[in-house]
Design a protein around this ligand. Structure first.
Ligand code: KIV
Ligand code: NA
Length: 259
C-alpha cells in the first residue's frame, strides 16, 4: 500500500511518482495492477465520462459515486479524490463537510482542491489539522476556467511569483503534495526545489517529482486533448473498429454461430 508518509521520502530519494486519473472500477483495477502510485479521481471525469463542457457542473454526489467505484478496484495505490467546484470554496466548514464525506463514504485516503494563498491556505490547514490529507493544485486551475481560460499560467514575473507563493503557502498549511498544472518548466523546477513535499506536474516540464495525465488522454479516448498530453494508444480507433466488426457480423448473420 502506498501511503502519504512515504511520499516525502520518495522525493528525497529521487524516486519519481506515477499518477493517473480513474473514473470507474475497471480503469482503477488496471492502473492499480500496473503499480501506478497515486490514482486521482479527478473532476476531469465530469468532462471525460459525463460529457460536461467544463468541470464546473460536477456535483459532490457524482464524485462520491465514481470514487466508490474506483476504490473497489484498488488494492495498492493511494486514492485521491478531487473536491468538485463549490463543494469547498464557501468556507473551511464546507470543505470539512465535503472532505469528511469523501473519507467516510468512499475509501479514498485524501482529497485534492484547487487554489493557493490566501483563498485556500486556511481551509487546507483546517483539513490537515483534523487528519484529512490534502493535495494542492496551482497554476492552471480548471475550476477557474471563466477567469483564467485554459492558457498557460505563470508567464510573467509577477504571476510566476504568485504561483510560487501559493505553493509555499500550501506546504505551510500542511498539504502533502501539490499538482502544478500548465506552467513553465523553470517555474516548476524552482517550486520543486523550494518545497519538501512532492510536486506532481501536468504540462509543467521535466523537473517535477511526479507526473500526472488524464488517463483518457493517454489512452486516446478523448476527442480533444490539451497540448501537453501524450497518447500512448488510440483507443477511439480500436474501439470503433471492434464496434464495426460486431455490427457487421450481426447484420451478416456471422455472430453468433448457428447451433
Ligand atoms: O481532474 C483532473 O484530472 C486533475 C489532474 C489532471 C491533475 O485535476
Ligand atoms: Na481536477
Amino acid at each position: 500500500m502506498v501511503n502519504i508518509q512515504q511520499l516525502k521520502q520518495w522525493k528525497q530519494d529521487g524516486r519519481r511518482i506515477v499518477v493517473l486519473t480513474a473514473w470507474d472500477f475497471a480503469i482503477a483495477q488496471l492502473l492499480d495492477m500496473a503499480q501506478v502510485d497515486i490514482i486521482l479521481v479527478g473532476d476531469s471525469l465530469g468532462m471525460v465520462t459525463l460529457g460536461y463542457k467544463t468541470t464546473l457542473p460536477l456535483t459532490l454526489e457524482e464524485m462520491l459515486h465514481h470514487t466508490k467505484a474506483v476504490c473497489r478496484g484498488v488494492k495498492r495505490a493511494l486514492v485521491v479524490c478531487d473536491l468538485p467546484f463549490m463543494s469547498y470554496q464557501e468556507s473551511p466548514q464546507q470543505a470539512i463537510h465535503s472532505a469528511g464525506r469523501v473519507l467516510k463514504e468512499t475509501g479514498a485516503q485524501a482529497v485534492k482542491l484547487e487554489g493557493g494563498y490566501p483563498a485556500m491556505a486556511q481551509t487546507v490547514a483546517q483539513l490537515t489539522a483534523i487528519g484529512i490529507p490534502v493535495m494542492g493544485h496551482v497554476g492552471l486551475t480548471p475550476q477557474s476556467v471563466h477567469r483564467l481560460g485554459y492558457r498557460q499560467q505563470g508567464k510573467t514575473v509577477e504571476d510566476a511569483d504568485r504561483i510560487l507563493q501559493d505553493a509555499i503557502a500550501l506546504e505551510q498549511a500542511g498539504a502533502f503534495a501539490i499538482v502544478l498544472e500548465h506552467i513553465p518548466a523553470d517555474l516548476a523546477q524552482t517550486i520543486t526545489q523550494k518545497l519538501m513535499i512532492p510536486t506532481i506536474g501536468i504540462g509543467a516540464g521535466f523537473h517535477c517529482d511526479g507526473q500526472v495525465l488524464v488517463t483518457a488522454d493517454i489512452l486516446g479516448l478523448t476527442e480533444r486533448q490539451p497540448p501537453f498530453a501524450k497518447s500512448y494508444v488510440n483507443l477511439r480507433d480500436v474501439i470503433g473498429e471492434a464496434i464495426q466488426d460486431f455490427s457487421i457480423e450481426v447484420r451478416e448473420g456471422k455472430f453468433p454461430d448457428i447451433k
